[in-house]
Design a binder for this molecule. Sequence first.
Ligand code: PLP
Length: 494
Amino acid sequence: MEMFYHSTRDVNNFVTSKQAILTGIAPDGGLYVSDELGKEQLDLAALPAQTYHEHARAVLGMLLSDYTSEEIASCVAGAYADNFDTPDVTPVTPLGSDWLLELYHGPTCAFKDVALQMLPRLMSVARDPEGDRIMIVTATSGDTGKAALAGFAGVDGCGVTVFYPEGKVSDIQHLQMATQEGRNVAVCGVKGTFDDCQTEVKNIFADKGLAARLAEHNVALSSANSINVGRLVPQVVYYVDAYAQLVRRGAIKLGDPVDFCVPTGNFGDVLAGYYAKLLGLPVGKLIVASNSNKVLTDFLETGIYDRRRPFMKTISPSMDILVSSNLERMLYYLTEGDTQQVSAWMSDLNQKGFYNIGEDYLAKLRQTFECGYATDKETKATIRTTWEQEGKLIDTHTAVAKTVLDRFDSQGRARVCLSTANAYKFSSDVLDALGERTGNMDDFACMDELQDVTGVPAPPQLSGLRSAAILHDSTCQRSSMTYFVEKSAKRIFR
Ligand SMILES: *Cc1c(COP(=O)(O)O)cnc(C)c1O
């Protein structure tokens, strides 16, 4: 079936999935959605015998219908090859009486690799080879930057520029970016905060003069952030694949519902689970787990989304978010495509700082979504008990989800906790959670100590950073970021 996409705020102006992936966000500020989603259903009976690659080809083929099957097959083969440290790509392993879906086996040890290894390939195929080259520009508070660099490095017709706040990312995160190889990548530390970087990147996208100057060199800017259809769709695959793994293990029978608990920030990961449900996967409950920035917990309890609250810095920084952008897509499907209603809520959020979906919509949402949050203290306690009782070393984000999951009664259902990062990405907090002293130790000392204490080996992608050559040492003032993008574009697209 042919699928077209349009904005969550407007039912006109249809685009193909290739166009949606190239542009990222709709011109009116809405997110691309498709009304055909779910009209074609997964072939459930076929799932258990299929590999990850086959699941990926099936899901991408359904949702990105203007890509040929050859194009999809080559993107899948390239994205999930030996850049993942297991052929299973996203293995499911036991976690007490539940299951852990390990999404951190990619090149940067975090779940964003699953999408960011795929997005550049989808963009490269969608791009007119005679047309503009694409420069991705992104601001990062730590994790996304490296995953974007690793995904776009070496991809034909694309370049990537990453800005991070100098001195405000961890040693490991800094080294992950500073050692990135590839002639089409650029990295720059900005004197300022993450918000400064992000605000200035928005200005860069809105800068008509810059766009015109880049266009003279046949270069167009684009973004790789999590609202892009090309990041969302690859995430649907691991829900389908996890389900198949549980059938193969004999944990469930084909057709049995499975609950998923998801450590949530921007609502992209958990939304992918909802898409899997719409495609016919027997998904029971989707549990939205938050840290102390519990705007989503409050929303799912009251129907009021209220971002007017202090921002908390937690030990699960990738979930430190007050505006979960991908929720807008959920609202579109919740209202059965009422774009006027969605626009009104989004404008309330912008102007008043909150919106209220009312009791009826809330009740409908609660048919699928459960919620809960964990404080840093609870998160650390979970890391410790999970290590002591199950022998599993989990990271701070995964521990938020496990804390929340443990509060619910499984009622005999199979339950999957999504694990979004390798524990070694957050060595010092994990070490601290295990009750060890971290004192003045740097990230590498914490990594060594964590290995000594647990015997679990640190992934070579992280431990190898210690001796990797520094390839990027640029820094700039916020006011020079535009110039840095222009200079990088000239170098990369000579
Ligand atoms: C990005 C991220 C999340 C949150 O995912 P969303 O799709 O933004 O909800 C959770 N854990 C880790 C480790 C992440 O990097």
